[in-house]
Design a protein around this ligand. Structure first.
Ligand code: ADP
Ligand code: MG
Length: 449
């Protein structure tokens, strides 16, 4: 006999809020208790993307919470509405059994929807076009190409398109992937001698969304394959959506024929968000996590962190953690504590590229002439790249201008440097710490002038 205990849900969610606050989302309240039967707590999640997200990322935490809430050794399962046992086994169409696998790999975040996307002057066109594309794939703008700096919302928009299109157009073949994901599929297909399969799959989507297409650069065979995929979809009137950190003609090592294809639909830029947009984004992020964030705190975070939205999100997470740890409400005092040390803007004393060059040269014991030289030895190239990265982050100079300062390099070199440091920081603690220390030094130098 199943035990029905509606209070279990309340206790379970309370446990999660106390122990895994950063994982909690406002929509967790909509998760429905189905039953506890044979040692398993079954939870119903109606929305597909949320369901997959829970299955993928939250199972352990929910299991722990279920056990804490009931005092029983329970397992947890999340089920969707159309996943009821009698519907589970759908017959496969003659041998195309790879299709479901592919969809399994489509990793979408329930955080990235149009509802949670804040529209401002800096992203209005990209947003409007995204909506149009999601509503009428293949009819509005094709291809749709969106570009902008790191952390400005490209992935968010692309995933929002995927999710809306999936909801609006049942049965439509929709696929979202990163460019690296595309290349991995391609390489695996080549190695397995299954190119026919690969082509059949990728050329049959009604809506293909490829994130971070700049990663195609320097990948000869993948570029070639992507070119053909693109053409065959395009000619069949299927929708293609791409994102990149640079406009088509500024992507290094991209063949001209691809550049011109990318340019033939709508190209929209996302700019750095202005202050008002940032405040609204901070609010939206807090709301998503069910955090009560006073207005002055939202304003403070938005004024302190102004370039990368991911940093604002990091600040909110940190604030939330601190508030739990200190059992204190979120207020300005806590806010300053949480982001004071990562305070990157010193109003009134803008950092100059010279400050950055001085700091880097002192820190690494290198001569400035070496930093500006053509030498490519690792001991110089890395500090130089960090310098460019800091220049982009802490000054208002364009990529081209930064390249000019750093020994007459062109904007693609600067872009490559920024990208490389940015991605290495995520995986390399040591480098991350080093960059952080340098940032502090740069800010101090700027402030003491
Ligand atoms: P990108 O792909 O351009 O590097 P992301 O889409 O990953 O950036 O965005 C980084 C973070 O900033 C994400 O958490 C995203 O939700 C958030 N973000 C960016 N722009 C907006 C916006 N306009 N409204 C709400 N959140 C945003
Ligand atoms: Mg992205």
């Amino acid at each position: 006999m199943p035990v029905v205990e509606p209070n279990v849900m309340e206790a379970l969610l309370a446990y999660l809020r106390n122990n895994y606050a950063q994982m909690c989302r406002h929509w967790f309240n909509e998760i429905e208790f189905v039953q506890i039967s044979q040692g398993t707590l079954t939870l119903l999640v109606k929305e597909q993307v949320r369901l997959k997200y829970l299955q993928r990322s939250c199972l352990n935490q929910f299991t722990e919470a279920a056990q804490a809430a009931t005092g029983k050794l329970l397992a947890v399962e999340f089920v969707g509405e159309d996943e009821r046992p009698e519907l589970a086994e759908e017959p496969h169409a003659g041998g195309v059994y790879t299709q479901p696998d592919l969809n399994e790999e489509m990793i979408l975040s329930p955080d990235y929807t149009f509802d949670s996307f804040v529209v401002g002057p800096d992203n209005r066109l990209a947003h409007a076009a995204s909506l149009a594309v999601a509503q009428k794939p293949g009819k509005a703008y094709n291809p749709f190409f969106v570009h902008g700096g790191v952390g400005l919302g490209k992935t968010h928009l692309l995933q929002a398109i995927s999710q809306m299109a999936m909801r609006m157009h049942r049965g439509m073949r929709i696929f979202y992937t990163s460019c690296n994901g595309f290349m991995t599929h391609f390489m695996e297909a080549v190695q397995a001698g299954q190119m026919a399969d690969f082509r059949h799959r990728f050329r049959n989507f009604d809506l293909l969304i490829v994130d971070d297409i700049h990663d195609l650069s320097k990948r000869g065979p993948s570029q070639e394959e992507f070119f053909h995929t693109f053409n065959s979809l395009y000619q069949a009137g299927r929708q293609i959506v791409l994102s990149s950190d640079a406009p088509p003609n500024e992507i290094p090592d991209l063949e001209e024929r691809l550049t011109s294809r990318f340019n033939c639909g709508l190209v929209a830029n996302i700019e750095r968000p202005c202050y008002e947009t940032r405040v609204a984004i901070v609010r939206s992020k807090a709301q998503m996590r069910n955090i009560e964030l006073p207005d002055d705190c939202a304003a403070y975070i938005a004024s302190r962190l102004d370039s990368n939205i991911r940093e604002m999100e990091g600040a909110i997470t940190k604030l939330q953690g601190l508030s739990l740890l200190e059992q204190a409400p979120i207020n300005m005092e806590l806010c300053k504590k949480a982001i004071g040390e990562q305070d990157t803007s010193t109003p009134g004393s803008p950092t100059t590229i010279q400050d950055i060059l001085n700091t880097i040269s002192n820190y690494y014991g290198l001569r400035i002439t070496d930093l500006l030289s053509k030498r490519r030895h690792k001991s110089i190239a890395l500090p130089r790249q960090i310098g460019m990265y800091l220049a982009r982050k802490h000054t208002r100079f364009s990529l081209g201008e930064i390249g000019g300062y750093f020994g007459g390099r062109d904007h693609t070199t600067v872009m490559h440097a920024i990208r490389s440091i940015d991605s290495r920081r995520t995986g390399d603690r040591h480098l991350d710490d080093e960059v952080r220390r340098l940032e502090e030094l740069v800010i101090q130098t700027g402030a003491s002038l």
